[in-house]
Design a protein. Structure first.
Length: 232
């Protein structure tokens, strides 16, 4: 049985870049719907339900950040933010707005393809061997259904947040460095911006109801990394 091709909605107002990128991705079996307008992009994502959204940060009429926030309020589709300058502030803004990943212009088409495929695999639940149930105290993750329940309440997580929490839960009580977490979730270490993991950790703390100033569930081990408490 043939696997469904990966589908992408690409919101980009630079017509030349959009066409060239879409052509490259399509030559590697990715179905791309290219749109230039923010509202059209939101409608396309809600209508098409793609595997991945590729979203430019700088768009006319509505910023990519606002598009990201509106999408995140309605879907958990992986969102890769495209930043023009590649500055850390832009990347943090995108991640705080709900993006799962980022890539800076000018970007490598091969790297973009690899990231899209990795996010699509995870979103479809095929990121590797699955163990069905992961438990850490009051936290329960069903890795087949990709659901998370904490203290009897379902957690609404993005794809990246879910995978990050799963890695932490599988190794609860152990300190994991930022590099270990990024590599476990993305399949590679991201030397350029490993601090992006901090933004996702802050999102998880909020959803777990953990005090950001004095976290007791998802703890920071200063100078090392993070630890998910076994006493959840």
């Amino acid at each position: 049985m043939n696997e469904e091709p990966t589908s992408v909605v690409y919101v980009e107002d630079d017509e030349k870049l959009g066409r060239l990128t879409a052509k490259y991705l399509e030559s590697h079996g990715v179905r791309v719907l290219l749109v230039a307008e923010p509202n059209e992009g939101i409608a396309a994502v809600l209508r098409e339900r793609p595997d991945v959204v590729l979203l430019d940060l700088m768009l006319p009429g509505m910023s990519g950040l606002e598009v990201c926030k509106r999408l995140r309020a309605r879907v958990d589709t992986p969102i890769i933010m495209v930043t023009a300058r590649g500055e850390e502030a832009d990347r943090v803004l995108g991640l705080e707005g709900g993006a799962d990943d980022y890539i800076a212009k000018p970007f490598s088409s091969r790297e973009l393809l690899a990231r899209i495929r990795a996010h699509a695999r995870r979103a479809r639940g095929r990121s590797g061997p699955e163990t069905t149930l992961v438990e850490a105290g009051a936290l329960r993750l069903d890795t087949s259904a990709r659901t998370a329940v904490f203290r009897g309440e379902s957690l609404q997580l993005t794809t990246y947040e879910y995978d990050l929490l799963r890695v932490l839960a599988e190794r609860s009580g152990r300190v994991l460095t930022r590099e270990q977490l990024v590599e476990a979730v993305r399949g590679r270490a991201d030397e350029a911006f490993d601090r992006s993991i901090d933004v996702h950790i802050s999102h998880l703390r909020r959803k777990l109801g953990d005090d950001p100033k004095n976290p007791t569930l998802l703890k920071t081990v200063r100078g090392v990394g993070y630890l998910l408490s076994v006493e959840l």
